[in-house]
Design a protein around this ligand. Sequence first.
Ligand code: ZN
Length: 238
Amino acid sequence: MISLYIVVIRRRVLVPILLGLTWVAVFGLVLAGLLPERRVIVIDPGHGGIDGGTSAGDLLEKDVNLRMGHILRRVLEAHQYQVVMTRTDDSDVSHFVPEGGSRYRRDLKGRVRLVGRVRPISLISIHVNWHKDRWRRGAIVYYQDGETDSRLLAQAIQKELNALQPVQRQVRAADFYVLRNTDAPAVLVEIGFISNPEDRKLMLDEAYLTKQAEAIRAGLEVFLSQLMPAPQSSRGLR
Ligand SMILES: [Zn+2]
């Protein structure tokens, strides 16, 4: 008798719940079709806080990275991307990972953890290069060795950046913690050499950084259109 009673109660409760869930599911599907595609990009300005990165005189990499990060964010948001930044001020990201390893290690882990939570369509890490040969210059895009999508993204961005600069650079395969531990296509853009006087001047020039940000955005668009090619009918006969 008791079990029968429970069944009656359950059916009374279940029917409206099931009807409600069905309605939510249908409404959700309709809404998903109407909403624009979710295009979240994580921008990761390298270093921060006590970690200045590389430097030249009193110009610190961390400050250039952050400024460029904000400029890239503005450019991407103007093109309907949602942007999440690993840092928005002069702090590192080690507080995401309170325990385990050095501050440096926890900082990198924190960046990776944030990317894992956000699940972006792409990660763009911003850094500045340094070389003892002061004549070396130009932006270079790095990708994790062996990751095909990341290589394609890097090549697309490098091509656009090369159109801005006198030296034509090639993408480089590398092994970076943040790139290696990110599932989404991920690149690390070294926007120039802080050790080169011309590059150093450009990384203080907001107009030039904005051009570089536009180039990164253009490369990203090319890459995304490769991932989602146009319908078969518009490509013509083979
Ligand atoms: Zn760096």
